[in-house]
Design a protein around this ligand. Sequence first.
Ligand code: FES
Length: 118
Amino acid sequence: MAWEAVADLDQLEEGDMMLCHMGGEPICVVRLYEDEAVAVHNTCTHQQQPLNEGYLQEDDSLICPAHNSRFDLHTGVPTGVPAVDPIPTYACKIEDGAIWVDFEQQTNDAAIPHKPYH
Ligand code: FES
């Protein structure tokens, strides 16, 4: 395991998202609630647009800003077209006043999305 503190809690308010890079991959960290954050791959599986520029929804899903694919942030599963493939999700926790991600602990079996073409 390789937990890494990616942000202090006061850097990321509830409903905020941030982009970070871990293991050479772009990771989107979302603070859903006071005591819960999630980490997903930042690349939409439709046409590789960055998800951290998207729109967080009340049901803990994220809408891609490019063509409105919707992803469940807990499972990575697309719940709205045009994306059909899931995004990777990673172990994430709030502890000691910080948000921690373990990039080596992928919590679903989604394939790593292609690199963006731009
Ligand atoms: S790139 Fe995300 S919906 Fe098309």
